[in-house]
Design a protein. Structure first.
Length: 253
């Protein structure tokens, strides 16, 4: 279980998260939705200790992330697969080597690494691309390599940051299918950050909307769909202009 408790995060004078509370139960696929710039990526980064709260805490399975020493933080990160918003592959390495790199601090044997590499590429239907270089892949394929890299390491948690943003509808549908398959085959608890409602409705079993630094509403797909909160309703219906925070208006892709 991941738990945000009273998390406040500022950058200079800008308060991005303000007394933010959220529980992500083990075994769930929880989506965090919200306008561009609302702090979704910032929230996600706290889970892996890439950011530290100014107030409050984030805990994973009871351990407060910002209190972990270096070794414990490494250990936590090894249990988290992070699929970054921009695939973050190393261009000088092949697809296979990008994934092998994740094993460098582990004592996994070479045969086991090759087996996990092939398995994870098969889950995202990219077996053929093992020797390709990132520059030769489409955006959607690069995102799928990012997923393969995360799941190869058998994480307990997978954090997806905007897995479908910038993809065409067909590729988005493929990504949704991949996420469901990853979920089923890995058993990992998934957190998906997205402003793509169609994708979220197809993949998540819980949805939390982040607005003005805190959770506006959290509920099942049905509960969010039938919300009577105007902010949630408009976001869910794709009327994304009406309630955008100052400064984010019009920037929703
Ligand atoms: N390292 C940082 N330093 C300063 N400001 C930051 C930093 N990271 C994020 N911010 C600011 O925090 C706010 C929230 O950013 P964040 O990336 O979490 O938004 P988001 O909800 O993920 O948006 P998008 O949907 O566009 O990805 C933005 O105003 C951003 O400029
Ligand atoms: Mg983001």
């Amino acid at each position: 279980m991941i738990r945000f408790e009273g998390v406040t995060k500022r950058f200079g004078k800008k308060v991005v998260l303000h007394q933010f509370d959220l529980e992500i139960p083990t075994g769930s696929t929880t989506a965090i939705i919200g306008f561009s710039g609302s702090g979704k990526s910032v929230a996600l980064k706290h889970i892996a200790g890439l950011l530290t709260p100014d107030e409050g805490s984030v805990s994973v399975d009871g351990a407060v992330v910002h209190e972990l020493d270096a070794a414990a933080l490494r250990d936590l990160r090894s249990r988290i697969g992070y699929v970054f918003q921009f695939a973050a592959l190393l261009d000088s390495l092949s697809v296979g080597d990008n994934i092998r790199l994740g094993f460098r601090r582990r004592d996994t044997g070479p045969e086991e690494i090759e087996r996990k590499l092939r398995e994870s590429l098969a889950v995202v239907d990219l077996t053929e691309a093992i020797d390709s270089f990132p520059a030769d892949l489409s955006g959607g394929m690069r995102k799928r390599v990012g997923i393969a890299r995360a799941i190869a390491l058998d994480p307990d948690y997978i954090l997806f940051d905007e897995p479908t943003t910038g993809l065409d509808p067909v590729t988005t549908a493929t990504m949704d299918h991949m996420m469901l398959r990853v979920r089923r085959e890995s058993g990992a608890t998934c957190v998906i950050v997205s402003h793509d409602m169609k994708s979220v409705f197809g993949v998540a079993d819980r949805i939390a909307m982040l607005h003005d630094g805190r959770i506006r509403q959290v509920g099942s797909v049905e509960e969010m769909r039938s919300s009577d909160d105007p902010v949630v309703r408009d976001f869910v219906a794709g009327r994304t202009e009406a309630f955008a925070s100052p400064g984010t208006r019009g920037s929703v892709a």
